[in-house]
Write a protein of this length. Structure first.
Length: 279
């Protein structure tokens, strides 16, 4: 049976949640090719394939940047054309990991950081954020919020006097916006929906179990050990019991899964449960 690369990655990730004997036996049973070796070139190929047909959630990009790896930062740079804030942060070496304070120097960034907005030059950070009267102006001003100190300044300014609506929205859809500040901006359903639509996720476990289509989610998670190793464990822990309960070491269940994966539109738990039930 011929599998697309996406399906190969998805099946490989789920098999990785079982034991080694099961992996060998199931791969042989469903004729699943051996995984490609890891390395910088493999990472670039995988990213190019993923970004070529859909947008990767912005939170996944943040999880990658949290590694504070100059090589990884250079890889994702070209996929951030519409996110001036993250691009500016990478170009300036801003660290994203919770425990890092030293700059992350990226020597292979192909281009310069976005132009500094005139409102920032004239009014400073908070002044530019308060002046923004359009979404474009708000996004431009928000792109200057980079460091932890910047986010702290914004939090204090909004607590003192609420920032304009456009500014709140532009900041809230940044994946690196502190959750406490996002909650301070609002929690009504429309606001939450917009944040979710922008690709801001609660975390890897929620992404693994609540989002679809399943094959796309699994393809991204399959890159986790290379791209966001500090985060991937939560996704694996969320899915491992489901794989054990619905698929286990049953060859027929895995064979059904392999047939369904490429065209299934539901979530990963739904895919796994469906394959197990059919088998």
């Amino acid at each position: 049976m011929h599998y697309s690369h996406t399906v190969q990655q998805a099946l490989g990730f789920l098999l990785g949640l079982t034991d080694e004997d099961t992996v060998v036996r199931i791969r042989e049973r469903i004729a699943l090719p051996a995984p490609e070796p890891d390395g910088p070139e493999a990472v670039q190929r995988r990213l190019n394939r993923v970004w070529s047909w859909r947008n990767v959630p912005s939170s996944v990009v943040l999880w990658i940047l949290e590694q504070d790896d100059p090589e990884l930062n250079a890889v994702v740079w070209r996929h951030l054309a519409t996110d001036a804030g993250l691009r500016r942060a990478i170009a300036r070496g801003i660290p994203f990991g919770p425990d890092r304070t030293q700059p992350v120097r990226v020597h292979r960034v192909p281009g310069e950081e976005p132009e500094v907005p005139g409102s920032y030059v004239r009014h400073g950070l908070v002044g530019a954020l308060r002046e923004a009267g359009t979404m474009a102006a708000a996004r431009s001003a928000a792109s200057m919020v980079l460091s932890r100190d910047d986010w702290r300044t914004v939090t204090e300014a909004d607590a003192e006097r609420p920032l304009p609506g456009f500014t709140r929205w532009a900041l809230s859809v940044r994946p690196d916006c502190p959750p406490a500040l996002r909650a301070q901006f609002g929690s009504h359903a429309k606001f939450t929906h917009r944040v979710r639509t922008a690709g801001v996720l609660d975390g890897p476990a929620g992404y693994a179990t609540e989002h679809g289509p399943a094959v796309g989610v699994l393809e991204i998670l399959a890159m986790g050990h290379l791209m966001f190793p500090a985060r991937i464990g939560a996704a694996e822990d969320a899915l491992r019991p489901l794989v054990r309960d619905h698929l286990g070491d049953r060859e027929e269940a895995w064979a059904v899964l392999a047939q369904l994966a490429g065209t299934f539109h539901g979530t990963v738990p739904e895919l796994v449960a469906t394959a197990g039930a059919i088998a």
